[in-house]
Each structure stands twice: as C-alpha cells, then as structure tokens.
Design a protein around this ligand. Sequence first.
Ligand code: NAD
Length: 298
Amino acid sequence: MTQIKKVGVVGLGTLGTQIAIQAAHYGYDVKGYDQDQEIFQKTIQKIRGMMKFLGKSPTMPVEEWERASPMVNLAKDMGEALQEADLVIEVVPENLELKRKIFTEIDSLAPSKAILATNSSSIPISRIENATQRPEKCLNMHFYQPATGTNIVDVMGGTKTLPEVIETAKQFIHSIGCIPLTVKKEILGFCFNSVWRAIKKQTLYMWAGGFVDFRDIDRAWMVFSSMNRGPFGIMDMVGLDVVYDIEMSYYYESKDPKDHPPKALKDMIDRKELGIKTGKGFYTYPDPEYARPDFLKG
Ligand SMILES: NC(=O)c1ccc[n+]([C@@H]2O[C@H](COP(=O)([O-])OP(=O)(O)OC[C@H]3O[C@@H](n4cnc5c(N)ncnc54)[C@H](O)[C@@H]3O)[C@@H](O)[C@H]2O)c1
C-alpha cells in the first residue's frame, strides 16, 4: 500500500490550515492550495486568536506549532500541490456539488497511487467517490480542531474503499498525534460527529422554539460535563455559518422538515453574527458571558 510521505491539502481555511500545520509538524512534506492566496496567513492569525481565547494548545507546544506553519509549502495551483502527493485531503466548504467537482479535479491531478480524503463534516464519501476513477482509494477523514487540542478524527470508507486504505489512513492519523475513530458501517455524521449533531439539533430546536434560554442549556452542560463552555459556546467556536451548512446537508439528505436548521439561525448568519470569528454569535467576544466567574450561578 502507498506509504504516505507527501500530503496535499486543498482548501486552507479554518480546518485545512490546521491539518496542514499538524502534518508538517510531524514530518510530512505538505503542499497546500487555496483559491484565495492570502487565506493561509489570515487563518493562522485567526487560529492564534482562538488558541489564546480558549487557552488551549495543539498536541505540541505552541512554539513548535508556530515553527511548523512556515513548513507548509503554498502552491500557486492545485496541480503543483498534488503532483507528487501520496495523500490528498480536501477541505473546501460543505457543499456536495463543490466537493464532487473538486474530487474530479483532484483525481485528474494526483498520482494514481494517492489516497483521497474529504474532511467533510456530514457528507459520506459514498456520495463523492464516483466523481473519481479511484473509489477504492477514497474515504472520509474528518478532523475536528487539532490546533485547539481536539485531536480526534472520524474515519469512514465508502462502498469500495479497500481495508488497507483505511489502515493507512489510521496509521497516518496516529503518526500526526491524533486519534482515529473508525466507523464500521456507513452512518451520516460518522462516529463522534453524529453524537454532536444530535446535541446541536436538539439544543437549536429548544432555543429557536423559545422553550428555554440558550444560556441555561450551556450552564447545565458545563456543570454536567465539567467543560468550560456548552453547546452554544461550541457552535460559536465552529462558526454559525459552518454549523448551518452542515445542518443543511443533513436536511438535503433526509428532506425531513425536522432536520431543517431553524430560521433564527439563518437570521443570525444574515446579520453576520457568525460566532467568535465576527466577534458576535450567541455570545459576544472576546469576553463571552460563559467565561465570567458568576455565569454558573444563573
Ligand atoms: N470549521 C470547523 O470547525 C470544521 C470542523 C470539521 C470539519 N469541517 C469541514 O471542513 C470543511 C472546510 O470547513 P472550514 O471551516 O475550513 O471552511 P472555510 O470556509 O474556513 O475554508 C474553506 C476554504 O476552501 C477554499 N476553497 C473554496 N473553493 C475552493 C476551490 N475550488 N479550490 C481551492 N480552495 C477552495 C476557500 O477559499 C476557503 O479558504 C467543510 O467540509 C467543513 O464541514 C469544519
């Protein structure tokens, strides 16, 4: 099976940048491409802000993370990024049509031995694999936020993925300081993300329906789990636009109106209230209510 040495990352936004730096730190030769040539540096600034705000660090000391970021080679086009890749990770926005188009392009540019992974948060690779000539080498590899220490990665094959491709992917994930969560049978949302999805769906429903104040849900979560933020604080961190797109993917899949994200969430996005990245989401940043000492008193 392909031995992974060279990694191509397509899309260098929030997650692509984190994945590229993580792999570069652990010794891989990483080439990244984004249609926006400025985005990598801009995203690094945002991630620095996020690490500081959350008080969390990646799987390596922050200074080493900083040292690794210039090791990511930025390519001027996708061909340059992928021409020698053993593994390609697609990290473009959560849209099936776009991902299929990019996969066709990646397939035509990457060597035939290369494994192709999508970082999609909700789309199973079985919906994308036939946009390529190598469905047996395609899989889901879903990272969370490795730069803030969330180093779990869902791994799921499609209808034709070879077992050795899954094994190679798992070895790669281990080798970059992350933990693979293997899905044995296809399920929307993979392993942990489908659990997180159930929490998001129910909490958004309760907030948008006016049943409870979202702060009470976060308070309860924080007391119950000993975490320092609740589901609404986490959604602010992910980005409400990203949350909305992911929920829409589930809705397109089921066509069940119960799966449609609430209009109130779309209204926030239209007002540019996207969470930490725009300074306002459910909470206001950089000093969100949930981080104050008296928040848990209610
Ligand atoms: N944000 C999160 O917390 C998170 C977590 C896990 C998974 N994901 C998934 O990762 C993927 C990307 O999410 P993100 O938050 O990094 O999004 P993002 O919007 O921050 O980044 C996407 C990047 O893709 C680039 N792009 C778009 N079209 C392109 C093209 N044709 N060629 C090259 N680059 C292109 C954009 O310029 C942008 O920089 C999505 O599938 C999302 O569901 C996101």
